[in-house]
Ligand binder design. Structure first.
Ligand code: FES
Length: 377
């Protein structure tokens, strides 16, 4: 799929000739450019074709725009990029408890959410029968609307995290959040990423409420890694990018959704982080394992990988880079393990042999292909 874009600086107050093609596309909602390194110029994945005033393939993050420039943003069907092949997991084995009992039994007593008394206006307006829950992942976002009485999921939305244009991993996002936009000082990376995620959630919640004939969410529970929660709240995650990696905020309390522009929700609760890289997504997931008297291993293998091992009230946790680290995200020809990816490389005599997923034309190297290839260098 091709998008042909013409840049007209005279009618666009947000951009100048110092703006890069990537910045222009981000601020105009033009999707399709892969940016695993977040615009540092190191991954080589953000190539677009300039057709006017010159003809050249360029890196969108390194090339400045000019008036009248024409560019083609191309999404190749066979590259196996996540946009082409992304399947977001939204279903699984469901817990049998009613949601409110579950929350009362596990969350309030163990994960130490700081309860605050709802003020009178909250009590009056609250539509007590509708809850929402959201998992904000570095790569994907999933949101559910839940009937509080039955605990049933009544509507679901899922998709790519729009902040991916600022980089595939949390370190790229931390870096981008710290960077100001040269053309729009009041609208740097942090504000842009916050706007992106809040807009996505606003759209989904509004759609789901309409679909289910409801008007308001009484409680919106958010689970995400510590960086994603900082970005949602517009808090700089800069400290998470350098030792000792201590967050500014551990969450685990109520927030007023309107403070971040989130509409149609009465109260927002963000699950507590344990440390900089063991975030609310882990504590939310561990609701199933706390108070279990058997040794339990909890795994969350996403863009970041975390594990927690323990039983009862004692667990040890650790976290490391996972997803893009196995997809060659920072390698020019790296790609997910999708059609066209070289997944195995071996020697037969003096000849290098390889296999390609889908027996197709090779397009790039996925993680296993890359690691098997390394000994030959
Ligand atoms: S985003 Fe341009 S080189 Fe990585």
């Amino acid at each position: 799929m091709q998008q042909r874009i013409t840049i007209n600086l005279n009618t666009d107050s947000k951009t100048t000739d110092k703006t890069t093609i990537l910045e222009y596309c981000r601020s105009h909602g033009i999707a399709g450019i892969e940016t695993p390194c977040g615009g540092k110029g190191t991954c080589g994945k953000c190539k677009v074709t300039v057709t006017k005033p010159y003809y050249k393939d360029v890196l969108a993050c390194q090339t400045k725009i000019c008036d009248g420039m024409e560019i083609i943003v191309e999404r190749k069907e066979s590259t196996g990029t996540k946009e082409d092949s992304m399947v977001v997991l939204t279903n699984g084995e469901n817990v049998s408890e009613k949601i409110n009992e579950h929350v009362n039994e596990h969350v309030n007593s163990n994960v130490v959410l700081k309860e605050e008394t709802a003020n009178e206006s909250e009590k009056v307006e609250s539509n007590e029968d509708t809850l929402a829950a959201c998992d904000i992942g570095t790569t994907t976002v999933v949101c559910y609307l839940i009937d509080k009485e039955t605990g049933q999921i009544i509507s679901t939305r899922s998709g790519a995290n729009p902040q991916r244009s600022f980089g595939a991993d949390v370190l790229s996002r931390i870096d981008a959040a710290a960077r100001a936009d040269d053309n729009d000082k009041a609208n740097g990376g942090l504000q842009m990423m916050q706007t992106q995620i809040v807009s996505l959630l606003n759209g989904w919640i509004s759609e789901m409420l309409t679909e289910c004939g409801r008007t308001k969410v009484s409680r919106f529970s958010v689970a995400g890694n510590t960086v994603m929660c900082h970005l949602l709240m517009g808090i700089s995650p800069e400290k998470l990018g350098k030792a000792p990696f201590m967050p500014d905020e551990y969450f685990g309390r109520k927030f007023n959704p309107l403070d971040i522009g989130l509409e149609n929700c009465q109260i927002m609760i963000i699950f507590p982080a344990v440390s900089g890289f063991v975030g609310g997504d882990i504590t939310a997931g561990m609701m199933e394992t706390v108070n279990c008297n058997e040794l339990t291993l909890y795994l969350d293998i996403g863009t970041n990988g975390e594990m927690a091992l323990g039983k009862g009230d004692r667990y040890v946790c650790c976290a490391t880079a996972a997803g893009p680290a196995f997809e060659g995200a920072q390698i020019e020809l790296g790609m997910p393990a999708a059609k066209g990816a070289v997944d195995k490389v071996w020697l037969e005599g003096r000849r290098i042999k390889y296999s390609v997923i889908g027996n197709d034309r090779p397009v790039g190297l996925c993680g296993s292909g890359l690691s098997m290839r390394l000994p030959f260098f």
